[in-house]
Ligand binder design. Structure first.
Ligand code: SAH
Length: 480
């Protein structure tokens, strides 16, 4: 029998959230949770049901373990230049212009692809994120100009659900100036264009412009208020894998010019070497080898966060240096300099507050496999270290203006934002099978044995500048 687990939390939604509920669903003016739940119900009747989404895992298909075109490029590179950092291996496997997984593969997502994501499972996911974004927009003074920003939009499903929900709140939808998408894959861009086109028309007949960027560094600073999301983006970014080693008896010589010189090697600090990807002929299989000396990355990266000081000798750490840089850039885009218009948003991914040692893995046709097999043809991924992302923001020059929120579990976020009444509204009057499918999809998102706790929501916004923005001083629902 289907049941959606209710959260144990008894806290209430913020005043802004309840005001939103009252204003746009003609509800009695009680500022309690039931108002919010009723709001979700009334919103449910206004929004169409998308019954095309599926959430059944197809049976795993046999996996070919043979060599690939990218594999031979990687071996030639290793022959010429020696073992490579894992981040380089991942960058090539995922982003090689001709043979990279994301650059070339058309069916990455969905039942026929390699993995399925929450927005592809249930429309409720994007709808509740949209509601959260509206509440933050209101809590921050309902800015008259808004920019939507998404990192790694996939098939565009999440952004389409956000835009579709915003349409129910035209006072807000009409403030959107641009939809900015950071997407490196031409194949995905096509899918995004198709998914978003139906939602771009304004009341006056003009269209919201979509702008694509390969990298976040290309996204311009805007004085508009930015509402952003990044779902399953940071897990797709390359990482370095480091291992703590005993301190050298005496300072090690510098392996390359950028490494610390023997004179300034601090023996009291933890020492790391780097796991590099190599292969051993005649076997084509790639595998790790530990660098014999520190590398520039193993010297620099551990200094980016105090959490790496606790690592024990022999322990490994996965460090997303690329994700760290992207998070910092995102913070700068929103909060650095007088032209930055501020913003609010969510980073959603599998992960926790803390580092991982061995989460690096591959998926192909919904089955896990060695990340060293079928390079370029399988998805490579790692769990996200949210405390490292938070450090990227707070240790920046604009860190004092930023308010990090959470992370909290996906189940807590979605349930506290009204998943249950929304699903009840969606299934009302639907034939049995359709209703069952909708419920099962929602159940999967908040399953505390699975996606509900594996995935977490990390929020981010600016600290209030104006005293009049009092709501912004309160805890931000549902990060309470
Ligand atoms: N957010 C979507 C898709 C997740 S898959 C969803 O939840 O369904 C990861 C997405 O990020 C894909 O669109 C992929 O093409 C994009 N991507 C991966 N690495 C990237 C990079 N380095 N720069 C820009 N986009 C990237």
């Amino acid at each position: 029998m289907f049941t959606i687990l209710r959260s144990q939390k008894s806290s209430r939604p913020s005043r802004v959230l309840c005001n939103l509920v009252r204003s746009y669903s003609s509800l009695p003016s009680s500022s309690d949770v039931s108002s919010f739940n009723s709001f979700s119900k009334s919103a449910a009747s206004a929004l169409d049901v998308d019954t095309t989404r599926s959430f059944q895992k197809p049976p795993p298909t046999p996996i070919p373990e043979d060599d690939t075109p990218l594999g031979s490029i990687l071996r030639k590179t290793i022959d010429a230049a020696g073992p490579m950092p894992l981040a380089r291996y991942m960058t090539l496997c995922l982003g090689h212009p001709e043979h990279g997984y994301y650059t070339t593969k058309e069916d990455v997502l969905g039942e026929k692809g390699d993995f399925i994501t929450s927005p592809e499972i249930s429309q409720v996911f994007g709808e509740l994120i949209a509601i959260w974004l509206i509440t933050r927009w209101q809590a921050n003074g309902s800015p008259s100009s808004v920019r939507l920003l998404e990192l790694g939009p996939g098939r565009g499903t999440l952004m389409a659900d956000i835009l579709r929900t915003f349409k129910q709140f035209s006072f807000m939808a009409e403030t959107i100036q641009t939809v900015d998408l950071v997407e490196s894959s031409p194949v995905m861009r096509e899918a995004q264009k198709k998914a978003l086109e139906p939602y771009l028309k304004r009341k006056d007949g003009s269209h919201v412009q979509i702008r694509w960027f390969d990298r976040i560094e290309e996204v311009p600073v805007s004085d508009a208020y930015t509402l952003f999301s990044a779902h399953e983006f940071f897990d797709a970014l390359p990482i370095h894998l480091l291992e703590r080693v005993p301190p050298p008896l005496e300072p090690e010589p510098s392996p390359v010019t950028t490494s610390p010189s023997p004179e300034n090697t601090d023996l009291s600090k933890p020492h790391f070497h780097e796991l590099l990807v190599t292969y051993t002929p005649p076997s084509p299989a790639f595998h790790f080898t530990l660098s014999v000396e520190p590398t520039p990355y193993s010297t620099y990266i551990p200094t980016t966060s105090a959490e790496f000081e606790k690592v024990e000798i022999g322990q490994r750490i996965e460090v997303g240096a690329v994700g760290f840089g992207i998070m910092r850039r995102l913070g700068a885009l929103l909060f650095e300099g007088k032209n930055a218009g501020g913003g609010s948003g969510l980073v959603i991914d599998y992960g926790k507050d803390g580092f991982y040692s061995e989460s690096f893995r591959a998926f192909k046709a919904h089955a896990a496999l060695s990340p060293f097999l079928t390079p370029g043809l399988s998805d490579l991924t790692t769990n996200v270290n949210f405390s490292h992302l938070r450090t990227a923001l707070l240790a920046s020059p604009f860190g004092s203006q930023i308010r990090p929120l959470g992370p909290i579990s996906q189940a807590d976020f979605l349930e506290q934002m009204g998943l249950i009444p929304r699903v009840d509204g969606l299934v009302r009057g639907k034939p049995d099978e359709t209703g069952k499918r909708i419920r099962q999809g929602a159940e999967r998102l908040v399953d505390r044995e699975g996606m509900g706790t594996e995935y977490v929501f990390f929020g981010l916004e600016g600290k209030p500048k104006e005293p009049s923005q009092r709501d912004n001083d309160q805890a931000v629902w549902p990060f309470v």
